[in-house]
Ligand binder design. Structure first.
Ligand code: GUN
Length: 296
């Protein structure tokens, strides 16, 4: 039986990362350099996307950055969106920007991401930045994988030679995590297995995982019997499930937290785990953009 599981506190860690950025932003302002400027484009009224963008805006403001939001209606044409992106690519006042996903079905997401200037792609979604990440070259690392790697670093979690099982193969989380964890880096140097909707007997893999990264998009999918004693569990999911409280819902992850926490060494809670780190790392990328760290 492992000792009591330790929570990986994403909220506290994100606060520390943001504080470090805030100090750098204040120094820039003191030296008469413009504060980093993060812009966001959001299409439609999807409540989750609205919440994410509002959180990013608020976090940028709190650390002294400039933020702006371009709100476009649901029926915005692809052409109009591409024009907005072209404007932001050329706007010297904007250091970095994101286009909030998902986009409406009539818009080709690949075309949109391809049209973002890689030097301003603080989401790290452009093929140039994904390629740099895969090759281990400096560039924008997308915020959720960057946040998970930062948690491993700050909690001094040893990943070398460990079996890291990743549930999910999305471009945003599963796929980049599989690349990062297998690289000859620290954190990294793990042996990686990627499980997805076509994986047979998924429990065979999850039960063998020293590190289990859950980004499968299904509420409370990972049950206690699927997890090895003493494992490290990273929960990327965030879902609303009905609850008997004022709001009528509560937030849960991809992991059945209350049961799994009893077996593991470390676990990220939902909320307060990976989510806050995603925002902190987006701001870190925006600071890098303002400092022209990766692109001149
Ligand atoms: N939708 C869900 N997560 C993200 C993210 O990290 N960036 C963007 N642009 N959209 C998202």
């Amino acid at each position: 039986m492992p000792k009591k599981a330790k929570l990986i506190d994403g909220k506290k860690t994100a606060a520390a990362v943001k504080e470090e950025i805030k100090v750098e932003v204040a120094a820039m302002i003191d030296s008469d350099i413009d504060a980093p400027h993060l812009a966001a484009v959001i299409i439609g009224e999807d409540p989750a996307s609205q919440t994410y963008v509002a959180s990013k805006e608020k976090a940028a403001y709190h650390i002294g950055m400039t933020s702006s939001v371009y709100r476009l209606p649901d029926n915005t044409s692809e052409e109009k969106l591409l024009k907005t992106i072209d404007f932001l690519n050329k706007d010297p006042e904007v250091d970095g920007f994101i286009v909030q996903l998902p986009l409406p079905d009539h818009i080709d997401v690949d075309k949109v991401i391809d049209s973002i200037d890689p030097a301003k792609d603080v989401d790290g979604f452009h093929p140039v930045n994904v390629g740099k990440m895969a090759l281990g070259q400096p560039g924008y690392l997308s915020a959720t994988p960057a946040g998970i790697m930062e948690l491993f670093k700050r909690y001094r979690i040893d990943t070398v030679g460990k079996h890291c099982v990743i549930l999910g193969r999305s471009n945003i989380v599963g796929s980049p995590m599989s690349i990062l964890m297998s690289k000859k880096t620290s954190p990294g140097n793990a042996t990686v297995t990627v499980c997805h909707s076509r994986t047979r007997d998924i429990e065979k893999y999850t039960r063998d995982a020293d590190i289990l990264i859950c980004a499968i998009g299904q509420p409370q999918f990972v049950k206690a019997e699927m997890v090895k004693e003493g494992a490290i569990v990273i929960d990327v999911g965030i879902h609303r499930i009905p609850a008997d409280n004022e709001k009528g819902y509560r937030l849960v992850g991809d992991v059945d937290f209350d049961a799994v926490v009893k077996k593991v060494k470390y676990i990220t809670p939902v909320p307060g785990g990976v989510g806050p780190m995603t925002i902190a790392m987006l701001l870190k990328n925006t600071l890098s953009a303002a400092k022209k760290e990766f692109y001149k």
